[in-house]
Design a protein around this ligand. Structure first.
Ligand code: BDR
Ligand code: CA
Length: 318
């Protein structure tokens, strides 16, 4: 039986690669893609989700969600993902070229948070929520209908970090986008698995790895390579890395092939108080608080195995 998932996302280059992986993986049954503000504004992330869906020739429904965070002002990451959120290094951008067309389809009328509530209650204990953007839609769903919390199978998220931030010295982007929402989710009691920066900076899309997508000789492989070529530039500029940290697909790879990762249970608390730690995921690695673990934190990735899986699955699109 494939695992039922809802994929909550703000595409986003790495989000797009995660969608490619998920929709090529028979181990997963994608009930819907829900979108949130994040890398760019909601209107653009929703458009990008539709663009990727159509590129892949799929019909999974897309539900638009939160336009802004619960309390703080909205931030975004055009510096990483470009103005559309899915820029490439091609002079016109793939969105204007032959590969990525403007979407024909539209998002469903239902709000993302209401869709999450409906599906979790329809299949109690069976739905995994995968979050690779700000946690606002999940927090809204939990507050609108607290009955969903014990009915969620698990939440697998990209966000936070065991150590350093990427948007402030302390905070990772997805958590910093809406620390209050993240706090609701981390404190909820739902089973959590966290893929933070300490993990995703181990899975670098280097030029050699990107070339493997291009060598597939398919349209989807070419788009994946073109997206990663653009994404890589930020990681060269900011971190001096050869490749892009491929964050979001780790969540899906974990569901498909969990043995690619080593995890450790910990108590993780989100700092939602004003100050330099705002948005930080404080991870109690050594159990110094003696609080029971609320989260499995991913520590190590088999990066080669991860890229093997990605290339093999993305190679399934014709
Ligand atoms: C996260 O922020 C976004 O820019 C990426 O899509 C990823 O989800 C990494 O901090
Ligand atoms: Ca993302």
């Amino acid at each position: 039986m494939p695992q039922k998932i809802i994929f909550d996302t703000d595409p986003g280059h790495d989000d797009a690669i995660a969608i490619m992986l998920a929709l090529a993986s028979p181990e997963l049954e994608m009930l819907g893609i829900t979108t949130t503000f994040g890398n760019v504004a909601l209107e653009k992330t929703t458009r990008n989700a539709l663009v990727v869906r159509e590129l892949l020739g799929k019909t999974v429904p897309v539900y638009a969600g939160a336009e802004r965070p619960l309390l703080r002002e909205r931030i975004s990451a055009e510096n990483v993902h470009g103005h559309s959120g899915l820029e490439t290094t091609s002079p016109h951008g793939l969105s204007e070229g032959p590969d990525l067309q403007e979407p024909q389809g539209r998002a469903e009328a239902q709000h993302a948070a209401l869709f999450i509530i409906q599906k979790v209650l329809e299949h109690p204990g069976k739905v995994t929520l995968v979050s690779v953007g700000p946690l606002t839609n999940l927090a809204l769903a939990m507050r609108l209908e607290p009955k969903i919390v014990p009915a969620i199978k698990q939440i697998v998220l990209m966000g936070g970090s065991l150590y350093l931030g990427n948007t402030t010295p302390a905070a990772e982007f997805n958590i910093l986008c809406d620390p209050h929402a993240a706090k609701i989710v981390f404190d909820s009691g739902a089973p959590l698995t966290m893929f933070g920066l300490n993990l995703t900076h181990q899975t670098l899309a280097t030029p050699e790895r990107i070339a493997r997508f291009r060598a597939l000789g398919t349209r989807v492989g070419e788009v994946a390579a073109a997206l990663l070529d653009f994404f890589r530039q930020h990681y060269q500029r900011r971190y001096g890395y050869e490749g892009a940290a491929l964050h979001d697909p780790a969540t899906i790879a974990y569901l498909v092939q969990p043995d690619l990762f080593k995890l450790r249970p910990m108590f993780v608390e989100v700092d939602s108080t004003p100050g330099p730690g705002f948005g930080r995921t404080v991870c109690d690695y050594w159990q110094v608080t003696e609080k029971p673990a609320n989260c499995q934190v991913a520590l190590e990735a088999d990066a080669e195995g991860f890229f093997e899986l990605l290339v093999e699955r993305i190679g399934r699109y014709r």
